[in-house]
Structures are given as C-alpha cells and as structure tokens.
Design a protein around this ligand. Structure first.
Ligand code: KG4
Ligand code: ZN
Length: 360
C-alpha cells in the first residue's frame, strides 16, 4: 500500500511517500521546503507569506516526491493531509491541493492532526510497534506541550499540558530576548551544548515552575520572564557571549528538568510500557539524552523512543504514517470502508484549533 502525505500547517511545505508491506513501514521519499530564510527577517512566521510560499512550492514538491520514489500518482492508494491545528492560510493550501488530488484521481483522503503526525513519527524506521502500548508521549513543539497517554493506536488521553507557552515557543522567545536569530530553539540549544560545562561565571539560576505541583501540567512563561528581568536589570550583559551562553544553558536545563520530572511522575502513575518524545523540540539533544538517562535510572522495564532527527521537525512522512494507521483502523473496525473514503474529500475540513482526540 502506498501513502502520500502532505504537510503545510506552518512554515514547511512537505510531501512524502511511504509504503506499507505487511507489518513494515518503508519511507520511500520525503521532500521538505523550509521557509526559515523568508520568515527570519520578521522574527517569526508570517501566515500570509507562508501561504504564498506553500502555493508556489506545493505542486513541484509533490512531483519531486513522486519522482524520488519512482511512483506515479495513479499508484497511490491513500492521501493523508494535515488538516489542523496550524495557520489557516497555510493549512488551506495543503488541504485544497489534497482534496483536488483526491477528487480527480478518486483516492481516499484522511485528515491528520499535526500532533498525531508528530507522535507517529516514532513509528518510522524504528522498533516501535503494536507491542509498545500503552505509550506515554511527551509532546514538545512550537505550539504544544502535552503529556498524552495512548492505551492503543489513535487513542489519546491528554493527562497534562502547558498552561501558557509551549516549550518551543518559550525557546524562541528567549532566543529573541538574547538577540539570537530565528528559529531560536536550535540556536539556544547549540550554544548551550557547546559551552564548557565547568564554566559558570554568572551563576544564573532560573525557576523550575510547577515542579512540585501534584498534576502533570506545565508552565514556561515564568522562566521566560525571569530571563527578561535578568536582562532588564543589566542590559550590558547582552554584549558578553559568556552571559548569553550561560543563560542558554540554564534555560535549557530548567525547561528540561521540568519536562523530565513530570514525565517520570506521570509514568509512575500510568505505568506505560514505552515513553515517546514527539514534536520539533524532540530534536533537542539535551532533552533526548537526559530523558533517556532518567528513564533508565528511575523506571524499570520502560523503553524510550525519540524520532529520527529528520522526522523530529515538521515533515510529511509522519503524516503519511498516521494516515496509514487511521486507514487501517477504519477498515478493521468497519467505521468506513475504503469505498466510502473515496468521497472523503467532500467532508475534509480545516481547523486551526483542531483538538487531539480519539476520533474512531
Ligand atoms: O514541531 P515543530 O517543527 O513545529 C510545530 O509543530 O510547532 O516545532 C518547532 C519548534 C520551534 O519552536 C523550534 O524553535 C523548536 O521546535 N526546536 C527546538 C529545537 N529544534 C526545533 N527547540 C529546542 N531545541 C532544538 N534543538
Ligand atoms: Zn510540528
């Protein structure tokens, strides 16, 4: 079975083809066109500019994806498209193209929640399979920070989430406060990771919000505000590269401390077999390493998975894989047959605030 995935929810135009053979999922091709350079001068993503860029790139990218996989559109069995959450002008380009392809070529079309895609990125080129449930997913992206319990495929229970900023958003805001270029997360983390561990000139100590709260929620705006106050007090420190590096390191450590602590706490309560990391911030090396270490130390018999770095950031392979599992479930449970799915383009909606929920 061949699945074409399409993703245009934010600033990456992406298409990918995966093939399912028995129990195996084989990524055949993945093409991503990033708009980072376009948005960098504005310090963040401008929705209308993103949409124009998606419009320009989407057809060539789908064509390139098909060419790279040496497949024709007629051979595709299913199209999976991100239909939310995200920027509406951006989402509309992808969904309109996907609906058109579905209608013209009579291909079933499935809408995928962007975060569902990030979670399913863990099922590409990895050992994760049906035996790993229940899963506890730590979702960390630019728009989301959630702890999601999955007792089975496509079943989502949000057991905790951020009460204010998402973790990626906090990274990006702190980067801006420190005068670092967009996108901030990777820059903050690169500076933090390459600064000598033993150097501690400024003795910076940021808070670890909600560390002791008896639930699984998060709050990151307080850490960001602490960075702001520290800079406001002595703005001249911004010219000191050591200060910037120490601030990046302490910020990254503070955020990861909280994320890891809450994940372990939730795992002790819900007893998952496996903990998954998902979303753009899963590319963060400190978070990946420290979470893996802590799970090994504190949770006996619990395995850990993080997506391959190329599937951590926004991509369409993850959308295609999630599409495959939804298609499989719909057929097994006879919720909708493949024939019904052929008119699925008619019901496809785009929702900027789509909620992650069990939809079967
Ligand atoms: O999942 P994603 O690509 O887009 C959303 O769905 O939001 O996540 C993007 C976010 C951005 O905030 C970016 O700064 C952050 O992920 N990010 C990182 C790293 N790589 C990307 N944050 C910290 N460390 C990284 N290495
Ligand atoms: Zn994302």
């Amino acid at each position: 079975m061949l699945i074409l995935g399409i993703e245009t929810s934010c600033d990456e135009t992406a298409a990918a083809i995966i093939e399912n053979q028995g129990k195996e999922i084989i990524p055949l091709s993945s093409v991503i066109s990033s708009q980072i350079k376009l948005h960098a001068k504005w310090g963040g993503v401008v929705p209308n500019l993103a949409a124009r860029e998606h419009l320009k790139n989407i057809i060539p990218i789908i064509k390139k994806t098909l060419d790279n996989a040496q497949k024709k559109l007629t051979e595709i069995d299913l199209i999976a498209i991100t239909n939310g959450p995200g920027l509406i002008p951006a989402l509309l380009i992808g969904t309109t193209v996907a609906k058109t392809l579905s209608y013209l070529w009579q291909k079933p079309l499935i809408g995928i929640h962007h975060i569902e895609g990030h979670i399913y990125a863990n099922f590409i080129s990895s050992n994760i399979n049906d035996k790993n449930f229940p899963l506890l997913c730590l979702v960390v992206s630019g728009g989301h920070t959630q702890l999601v319990l999955m007792r089975n495929h496509l079943e989502y229970e949000i057991i905790g989430e951020t009460l204010d900023d998402a973790v990626g958003e906090a990274f990006d805001k702190v980067a801006r406060l420190l005068g670092l270029p967009y996108p901030g997360g990777p820059n903050v983390s690169l500076i933090a990771d390459t600064y000598p561990q033993e150097k501690n000139i400024f003795q910076i100590q940021l808070p670890r919000p909600m560390l002791k709260s008896p639930n699984f929620n998060f709050s990151f705006s307080g850490i960001k505000t602490a960075v702001l106050y520290s800079i406001k007090k002595q703005p001249e420190k911004l010219t000191d590269q050591n200060f910037i590096a120490e601030m990046c390191r302490e910020f990254q450590t503070a955020v990861c401390d909280v994320l890891i602590h809450k994940t372990i706490l939730a795992a002790k309560k819900y007893q998952p077999k496996t903990i998954l990391l998902a979303g753009g911030v899963s590319a963060n090396i400190h978070l990946r390493n420290e979470l893996a270490k802590t799970i090994k130390k504190d949770l006996i018999g619990v395995s850990f998975s993080a997506p391959h770095p190329k599937y951590s950031i926004d991509n369409a392979s993850m959308i295609a894989v999630a599409g495959f599992y939804r298609w499989k479930e719909m057929n097994t449970k006879k919720v909708g047959s493949i024939f019904k799915l052929k008119s699925s383009w008619q019901n496809m909606e785009t929702n900027a605030n789509l909620k992650l929920k069990t939809r079967l």
